[in-house]
Design a protein. Structure first.
Lengths: 225, 225
């Protein structure tokens, strides 16, 4: 297998990106996983990302850091802003400015260095309702940028940005992941998990996750605080 | 002046971005400057960026960090790759994978948090010959991405990415900067400057800079090692 058949998979430690890794592995791709410390409120999800990378057979896992220099602006990176309970409308305060642009840029840089031509990210239709950088038109714009931004792109090599979950419900994501052997007890979805990875059970992310397991008719393995 | 009339100016500590800051200030914009530590070989340019920000009247300067996790792939971030002397052809080994995408993404995130709608970056036609992410088509693709990636963009606020130097020769950049009072002795262009900011005089960047001063008929204030 050439490096062109390998992939960079963005791994947050949550349910969605773990499923994406399993799907990329099912395609026969050698996967390098990338977790990004961008100042999120807790590190339990970063530990989960490293664990899931091993469990699902990635060839390499790396963690990169972004120090946003205290710009704040999001409940996920600014501890002075409370994480709201589930059920708000509009773009939520948990939106992190330019987050997916940054994550994809880091994945693109690593892809270019190792010669990988596939990038996987676990954006999906449920987040799509709230976060601008989870929409198909954002992904299309980033794909175009990737061709123009890179030495490989200029030399005629195409990068593919894959978003296999983008049209899936949470329950379908869970069902596909279980078929592929994802251990969801290892994933951490909560926006404000404890250092041990215990979930709050109240935030948007916990709410979506719980509803997903219920809709799939599967017992929820989440450990709540 | 509303925040919409303010700008984020990417500042490397080099000659080009210092001139960009002076040009943005001439437009009457309140400027926040952003220097990014992405693992470059020396920190003299980061110190220069902070100094230039003060000299040119920015309202705030921030430094953000990106830890690329040792992915290497460039002579600017991997000390095992030597910085070549000037005069190569093609895309040089000093190209940093996805660098300008990352820099613009950080600027976009900060712009969104503070409500600024202008982003300035000092890409220019001389770099354009070598680096893919200094070309007008790259900037256009990033501008489109910025609208789609952000809460502000979705809500109908346009971001403008300004590249005033993109078609300028180095000598024109220097002449305009001197007209606006830029102290070029404070700038550090060299790819491998000493910790004190002394230039090597041999790399591509030193070469372009020296030719620019010569073409402008201006005495070169660069301090060489």
């Amino acid at each position: 297998m050439s490096e062109r058949d390998s992939a960079i998979v963005l791994l947050s430690g949550g349910l969605d990106s773990a499923t994406v890794l399993a799907l990329a592995r099912e395609q026969g791709l050698a996967c390098r996983t990338l977790a990004v410390a961008y100042g999120q409120r807790h590190s339990a999800e970063l530990a989960a990302a490293a664990r899931l990378s091993r469990q699902l057979g990635a060839v390499e896992h790396r963690q990169m850091g972004i120090d946003l220099g205290g710009i704040g602006g999001s409940a996920l990176t600014d501890t002075s802003i409370a994480v709201p309970d589930a059920g708000g409308t509009g773009i939520p305060i948990t939106y992190v400015p330019a987050r997916n642009t940054l994550l994809l840029s880091l994945a693109l840089g690593w892809a270019e260095v190792v010669g990988a031509r596939h990038i996987y990210i676990g954006v999906n239709a449920v987040d799509y309702s709230g976060y601008p950088d989870c929409r198909p038109e954002f992904i299309a714009a980033f794909s175009r940028l990737a061709q123009l931004a890179t030495k490989a792109g200029v030399e005629g090599e195409a990068f593919s940005v894959h978003t296999p979950l983008i049209g899936w419900t949470k329950s379908r994501i869970i069902q596909e992941g279980l078929r592929l052997g994802v251990d969801y007890a290892s994933t951490v979805s909560c926006y404000q998990a404890t250092p041990e990875g215990l979930a709050c059970g109240r935030c948007d992310s916990c709410h979506l996750r719980r509803e997903g397991f219920a809709a799939a008719g599967i017992s929820d393995p989440t450990r709540y605080a």
